[in-house]
Design a protein around this ligand. Structure first.
Ligand SMILES: Nc1ncnc2c1ncn2[C@@H]1O[C@H](COP(=O)(O)OP(=O)(O)O)[C@@H](O)[C@H]1O
Ligand SMILES: [Mg+2]
Length: 427
């Protein structure tokens, strides 16, 4: 490699990364790099495993927070099931749809039909536009009938789908004599709350088991990252970096994706600053960036008012003595902040609903507190993350970048006009 001719501009070896692809978000690790999910692998296999013996599988819904290995384990088990089925002479397919992209029934069925057709000798043309859901179902049934004995359909982030009809269609297909192939559905959702709405949306034809994936602990995260150490050049990772990264990620959310992202970001930081090693300091900085990104992502769909409400709560926490604040207190500060950014405030009740939405997204936690018989009960809100990260994430909204960095505000506006601050570590 090193002796090859060519533009010297592109000749130098990456000083930090060797196999960076191991740290890419979509990278599916080999089996021997999967850590700490043996029980989950077995549970998923137990639900869909019948397919490998030519029997009907169970459907399964997998719930759990992001980065707990739901997508990875589903794909892994489905692929192994397909191979085991093939060994038994059963023609089994695996289909994967990310419903956060294919977020309508039409898009999902289109993708299912197109990927089913892929690699088969099904001759009919499947139009990409101009046809509806029913036509895609027709193709799906026809391909299944012609080319498969069984199929595992993974519907990832299924809560993003605008309706749940597809679950009924897939589970009734045999009964309705659309196809003889067995269909096993693995539905995945990051939102445990989706479980309640799912029961309202579907009927009993989509019989299914439920599995819950729990966040990883520090030692599991450590091992997940150790298994990808060869993403880096030898001796680049300083002692203790993986341990620190795992500890930080475990403390936050037990999210393997974030842990890997932090490790990668730390490497990039080291490279940008010309450092030869990735140090604990790089990890800490990368962790902050990752957390702010996460908050920004979570709040990206939120209204300006929700963001201002979060900012108001953050500023309360930074300047006050408590960790939790009442809706009323947040509202009062919010009104002052609205004035600052020349926005008309919404009503207190409106803001209350925005706060509830944020609790649903996991940015805040809200807890009902009984104030005793005479006082009635009220909600107390706390931030799930460092308030400084909230302030930074909210200020990334172009219309809100004028907000003070440190959140030192009173109910009537900023206490100090300028941006000088005694919270010096803030920016
Ligand atoms: N048990 C594990 N062993 C190795 N890598 C894992 C494990 N769990 C998750 N990962 C990695 O972490 C990232 C997030 O996992 P993913 O399955 O996408 O989580 P989820 O779908 O629950 O959000 C992926 O890059 C995945 O490869
Ligand atoms: Mg996933």
């Amino acid at each position: 490699m090193a002796d090859q001719a060519g533009d010297p501009l592109f000749q130098s070896q990456d000083p930090i990364f060797d196999r960076k692809e191991l740290l890419h978000v979509g990278h599916v690790p080999d089996e021997d790099r999967i850590v700490g999910r043996d029980d989950e692998i077995e549970s998923v296999a137990a639900e869909i495993g019948a397919i490998t013996r030519g029997d009907p599988p169970n459907n399964v819904m997998i719930y759990g927070k992001t980065g707990t290995g739901k997508s990875l384990i589903s794909r892994h088990v489905a692929t192994r099931a397909r191979n085991a089925a093939r060994d038994n002479g059963i023609d089994c397919g695996v289909l994967y749809v990310d419903c956060s992209e294919a977020n309508t029934e039409t898009r999902t069925t289109r993708q299912l039909a197109l990927s089913l057709k892929d690699g088969t000798d099904y001759r009919e043309n499947i139009p990409v536009r101009g046809v509806g859901t029913m036509e895609y179902y027709q193709h799906i049934w026809a391909i299944l009938e012609d080319c498969f004995d069984a199929v595992v359909v993974i519907l990832d982030e299924i809560d993003k789908l605008d309706n749940s009809n597809i679950l009924m269609q897939l589970s009734r297909a045999r009964e309705a004599r659309k196809t003889d192939a067995y269909i096993g559905v693995i539905g995945i959702s990051n939102k445990v709350k989706y479980r309640e709405t799912l029961d309202e949306r579907i009927d009993s034809s989509f019989g299914h088991r439920e599995l819950f994936f729990h966040p990883y602990d520090a030692s599991q995260l450590r091992e997940i990252m150790r298994n990808r150490e060869d993403a880096f050049q030898p001796d680049v990772l300083a002692d203790g970096t993986i341990e620190l990264c795992a500890a930080l990620a475990a403390k936050k959310h037990g999210d393997a994706r974030k842990a890997i992202e932090i490790l990668k970001e730390a490497g990039e930081l080291a490279r940008r600053t010309g450092s030869e090693t990735v140090s604990e300091n790089h990890i800490k900085q990368a962790q902050e960036v990752a957390e702010i990104n996460r908050i920004e992502e979570l709040t990206s769909g939120a209204t300006v008012h929700a963001k201002l409400a979060l900012y108001a709560l953050a500023s309360h926490i930074i300047t006050g003595e408590r960790e939790t604040y009442k809706t009323r207190e947040i509202y009062q500060r919010y009104v002052g902040i609205c004035d600052l950014v020349a926005t008309d405030p919404i009503t207190e009740n409106g803001l209350y609903r925005q706060l509830k939405e944020q609790a649903f997204l996991g940015v805040i936690e809200s807890e009902k507190t009984g104030g005793g018989r005479s006082q009635g009960s009220y909600l107390l809100h706390r931030l799930v993350t460092d308030p400084k990260h909230i302030v930074k994430a909210v200020r990334r909204d172009a219309s809100l970048e004028e907000l003070p960095t440190y959140g030192r505000l009173t109910e009537t506006g900023p206490a100090t006009g300028g941006r000088d601050t005694d919270l010096s570590s803030f920016d």
